[in-house]
Design a protein around this ligand. Structure first.
Ligand code: HAM
Length: 418
């Protein structure tokens, strides 16, 4: 019997890891510079957290969640995103009373039962930031600024930030009705999902990717005309801050995002290098979410991006992550040589030098070939003679230069350039 991967879930092998590490380290570095604190939360949460938090009519909740009963029949779900969990964490730990203003970030796997394609997986990995407890429009600009700083740090170009405001819950109700009136006469020219959305939540029609619905969507009214004076003022201030900070954006009046918790500012960063799944990251305000989950009124804003897409974009742009090279490959042979080799490897590793050596008793020739293949910086052949005299030749592989050295650890570290 052989086992295959679960469809839409992937292994990440060592040769791809440098891109992942580059991306993960960039997120951590920008989080450090902007003073965000990391949180980690379970991969599994009560189903209701997502169905209430994300919204019963969203695609994520209606068709994409991995939901199962536990042994006591409680419904659990593999997290499809992080915002609802962060809101839950904020409530679980009483942060609303203790420290209501929070700047948090997270990284980790998420799960959605979507149709797999390039840049869209069933297990994918997100990085996200969330700022809780402040309504000021300057925070919207700061969160968008984080996204731009991350991309700049990674040297990614070809990007466009789409920005919109969908207003408060009253504005959204108004907008939903405007959309219902707009789409109703064309219901028979829409996909089956959109006919359902027309009844349940016409806002979701704007996220539809079906070919047949696109001409209709392109002509739909934008959300900005439905904004109340307060929400319109907030959006104007956000734009002013973005302008002051020199952060680029394009207004997209029909951007609503696919999750129901959003209020006011919404945005997405898209990449011209990614094809159909071109959204590198997306986010917005969710000023009602914490209250909806049973907490006090607490504004929130954040975004999340997929690492898979970030890695693809980096690769498309020809980015070459630094490859970690082995400092020293030891080639021991003979009994004495092998004994000395193992001891030397142990001592050098304790001093921070990366060392590998043959453990399969292969021939000298095979070991030297291995040293070449693994792109080691240096090679040291350690036979019985070297073990006895305590001296050997360290070869620098890039130049071919050989240097004679004592096998004393300090002397070796000097020769290795450390
Ligand atoms: P989202 O738009 O559902 O938002 O996902 C954010 C990002 O995660 C997407 O832009 C994409 O890069 C990545 N992503 C989503 N689904 C997949 C998938 N199936 N395969 C690969 N990548 C994927 C959220 O999740 C919100 N929680 C964002 C947020 C945070 N809003 C406020 N705070």
């Amino acid at each position: 019997m052989s086992y295959d991967r679960v469809r839409g879930m992937y292994d990440i092998l060592p040769d791809e890891i440098p891109w992942w590490r580059l991306a993960e380290e960039a997120v951590r570095e920008i989080a450090r510079r902007c003073h965000y604190h990391e949180v980690r939360f379970p991969v599994v949460e009560p189903t209701e957290l997502f169905s209430r938090g994300i919204g019963e009519s969203t695609d994520v909740v209606t068709k994409e969640m991995y939901t199962f009963p536990d042994r006591k029949g409680r419904s659990l779900t593999l997290r499809p995103e992080g915002t609802a969990s962060v809101a839950r964490l904020y409530l679980t730990h009483g942060l609303a009373a203790k420290a209501p203003f929070q700047k948090l970030f997270y990284l980790g796997p998420m799960f959605r039962y979507e149709k797999p394609q390039k840049g869209r997986n069933r297990q994918f990995h997100q990085y996200g930031i969330e700022v809780l407890g402040v309504l000021d429009p300057v925070v919207d600009a700061e969160v968008i600024g984080f996204a731009w700083s991350l991309m700049e740090h990674l040297g990614l170009g070809g990007l466009r930030l789409r920005l919109n405001s969908i207003g408060c819950s009253e504005d959204r109700a108004t907008y939903r009705e405007i959309l219902r009136e707009f789409f109703a006469p064309s219901a028979d020219r829409m996909c089956a999902d959109c006919r359902r959305r027309l009844l349940e939540n016409p806002l979701r029609i704007l996220d539809c990717k079906e070919e047949i619905c696109q001409p209709l969507i392109a002509g739909a009214p934008g959300s900005m005309d439905s904004l109340c004076p307060e929400c319109a003022g907030h959006f104007a201030a956000v734009r002013q801050w973005l302008d002051r900070l020199g952060l680029r954006y394009d207004i997209d009046p029909r951007l609503v995002r696919g999750l129901d918790y959003y209020t006011r500012t919404v945005f997405e960063l898209v990449s011209s290098d990614l094809g159909a799944q071109d959204t590198l990251l997306g986010g917005g305000r969710y000023d009602d979410l914490i209250e909806m989950l049973g907490g006090p009124p607490t504004p929130g804003i954040g975004f999340a991006g997929g690492f898979e897409r970030l890695v693809l974009a980096l690769q498309e742009r020809g980015c070459k992550p630094p490859i970690e090279r082995l400092d020293l490959y030891l080639v021991p042979f003979g009994d004495e040589g092998r004994r000395a080799g193992l001891a030397l490897a142990g001592t050098l590793r304790k001093r921070g030098v990366s060392v590998d050596l043959d453990v399969r008793g292969r021939s000298l020739r095979k070991q030297l070939e291995a040293a070449n293949e693994m792109n080691a910086r240096h090679v040291l052949v350690l036979g019985d003679e070297e073990a006895r005299t305590g001296r050997g030749k360290v070869k620098e592989m890039d130049t071919g230069v050989e240097r004679e050295s004592s096998l004393d650890v300090d002397a070796l570290i000097t020769v290795l350039g450390g």
